[in-house]
Design a protein around this ligand. Sequence first.
Ligand code: UD1
Length: 331
Amino acid sequence: MKILVTGGTGFIGSHTCVELLESGYDVVIIDNLSNSKKEVVDYIKQITNKKISFYEQDVCNKDSLRNIFKEHSIDAIIHFAGYKAVGESVENPLMYYRNNIDSTLSLLEVANEFNVKKIVFSSSATVYGNPKTLPIREDFPLSTTNPYGSTKLIIEGILRDLYKSDNDWSIALLRYFNPIGAHKSGLIGENPNGIPNNLMPYIIKVATKELDCLGIFGNDYNTHDGTGVRDYIHVVDLAKGHVKAIEKILKGTGCDAYNLGTGNGYSVLDLVNTFVKVNNVDVKYKFKDRRAGDIDACYADPSYAYKELNWKAEKGIEEMCKDAYNFIKKQ
Ligand code: UD1
């Protein structure tokens, strides 16, 4: 079975390629390397000792896509490619709508031409907006607070409409909570350029003294210690969820959404303190004002994914912190 992975050299994409290859799937990656490096392809090969096909191309380019579909007999697609920075999406919404939606439409149109009607889409818990109760179930109301989130919700809608129009499609919408950690080899992981937006990359840059001090956005949230609570999930667990979703969509047809989270909520301080303890490092922090758009707490009810995909997260917060730091130390 051959899987086309768009954005396969990114953080979640690269870990998913490893898990696919180790489960016996063939992998074809298309990535324009706008937020990743070509070396990742070699690291994936090194970890798995398997061959992969890699195309440095933009998913928006339909002719390039057609050539890939001509060259390979694709059985299913996992679509990761897209811009993902919340703040940047607020500053430059048109760029986000153009890139994320256009690439998805191109991909779906070409897939349809080649009669490939099985796709896993990389969505996000951001589609739940500010949930009224916790834990979050898949049937909760959907809304967004920024253009990045809106692109995820719009694409979910496009895929639902596509299934309604043609019941041969088989679609899994995977709503990720907060992926952190890295592969045990230390070869692939997350290392954004510049000042990170997300918590774990920021903690790491303070631990390695690239940055002075972590700003914790708010200590007056309605949580056990006042700092924001999130459902951090090990990226390898998340990657395994994609393999399960592929197994599911290969079996039948339909369009369904699944939470990929652990079901556990940890605060910013919980994460910082665990990171400091397991890695034996200092992480200086100070409290700052709340960040616009942040919510008190967000964690999944992952039971639907367990029931339908036979998947659940297995790695704990200590392992996430250790593996994330191990990757950075090896860079
Ligand atoms: C955000 C996005 C989510 C996206 C994810 C990964 C929203 C509302 N959230 O999640 O869609 O999938 O990034 O790209 O669209 N924090 C600090 N200091 C920092 C950074 C973060 O205190 O320097 C706190 C935040 O206030 C929050 C927690 O850490 O409580 C996690 O933040 P972050 O890692 O940015 O993820 P989310 O905002 O949950």
